[in-house]
Design a binder for this molecule. Structure first.
Ligand SMILES: NC(=O)c1ccc[n+]([C@@H]2O[C@H](COP(=O)([O-])OP(=O)(O)OC[C@H]3O[C@@H](n4cnc5c(N)ncnc54)[C@H](OP(=O)(O)O)[C@@H]3O)[C@@H](O)[C@H]2O)c1
Length: 305
């Protein structure tokens, strides 16, 4: 698997990361086979969150691979905290408690990366800084990042924290591409011109923060998969044409479309199907042309001025 540096962390990571939000749909032997297959493909970066399956996804993962120090060193583990019981919570106490729970469930001494899951408007950046310092000095967390945050929310955190923000996990797919569309439609009188995220794409590029697109196959907010979906005939036709040209699956093309962007994003894929897992990893080596990228973008109904 092709690798890249995550933000300015010095950490080399595979360009495709494995989301574990749906791993609780697998029984133990299937989960074991799934993680083993990912590792064999060089996809050794696993994304978790304390809330996935109410914590069960982290447990299923570590049990599936019989977590031990030797296997731990073969992988890069990321998890998230900050969402709980109908609220968001970036308090020092919650961050520290949450990380202890994550480490216990993953059966590891440390996380490679901790992300703050969703912005908490009651955040006290100094408290976050204290939590990060404690987690770093105790060796429990090596790198820090955010998820679903706008530039100014990151700037607010940066006022207090001294560790670099290495990643920002954001929703992005061919059919959910406002962060890209708004950059084309500057100052136009159309929906696409609405800047919904404070130009987060450009901000992350400027500040060397790796964007980790989540749900790269979904349209809407978990409404379904756009591939093979009758709601997107033109898009599927175009994706299939490009897939035929390269002799790959439509799944590979959907991931390759994200990887073609020069922002050097690291998509977080959620399939639990072994064939689709391989197809996603295949995308690491496919560099589509500029014409193909734009034609797929337009075929999804995205507009250019
Ligand atoms: N930071 C955040 O707020 C946030 C939010 C949501 C998710 N995430 C992260 O992002 C990861 C991915 O999210 P996701 O699972 O919603 O993403 P996804 O990869 O877009 O969707 C995967 C789902 O689509 C299904 N699917 C059906 N056909 C498919 C095809 N041709 N190709 C690929 N998938 C197909 C998969 O089923 P099969 O298993 O049968 O393939 C699976 O249920 C999560 O695991 C989590 O780590 C983060």
């Amino acid at each position: 698997m092709r690798t890249m540096e995550l933000g300015k962390s010095g950490l080399e990571v595979p360009v495709v990361s494995i989301g574990c939000m749906r791993i609780n749909s697998l029984d133990k032997p299937s989960a074991e086979e799934y993680v083993k297959t990912a590792l064999d493909l060089g996809a050794n970066f696993f994304d978790h969150a304390d809330i996935y399956g109410g914590g069960s996804c982290e447990e299923i993962f570590s049990e599936a691979i019989n977590m031990n120090p030797t296997i731990r060193e073969k992988m890069i583990l990321q998890s998230k905290c900050g969402i709980r019981n109908g609220m968001f919570d970036f308090s020092k106490e919650h961050i520290l408690d949450s990380v202890d729970g994550i480490l216990k469930r993953l059966k590891t001494e440390y996380l490679d990366i901790l992300l703050l899951h969703r912005p908490d408007t009651l955040v006290e950046p100094d408290e976050v800084a204290e939590a990060f310092n404690q987690l770093e000095s105790s060796g429990k967390v090596r790198h820090f990042g955010v998820s679903n945050q706008k530039p100014m929310q990151i700037e607010l955190l940066k006022k207090s924290i001294r560790q670099p923000i290495v990643a920002n996990q954001l929703q992005l797919s061919i059919t959910n591409a406002n962060m890209i569309s708004q950059g084309f439609n500057v100052n136009m009188e159309n929906e696409a011109s609405i800047d919904r995220d404070g130009s987060i794409l450009d901000y992350c590029r400027l500040h060397d923060i790796t964007i980790q697109p989540w749900s790269p196959f979904q349209y809407g907010f978990f409404e379904g998969v756009f591939l093979g979906n009758d709601k997107f005939p033109e898009l599927n036709e175009r994706i299939n044409e490009v897939a035929d040209k390269y002799g790959v699956s439509n799944t590979t093309i959907a991931v390759a479309w994200i990887l073609r962007h020069p922002a050097k994003m690291q998509p977080v894929i959620g399939t639990m199907n072994l064939e689709r897992l391989k197809d996603c990893c295949n995308a690491a080596d496919l560099h589509m042309t500029r014409e193909e990228w734009y034609s797929i973008y337009r075929a999804a109904g995205n507009i250019l001025p």
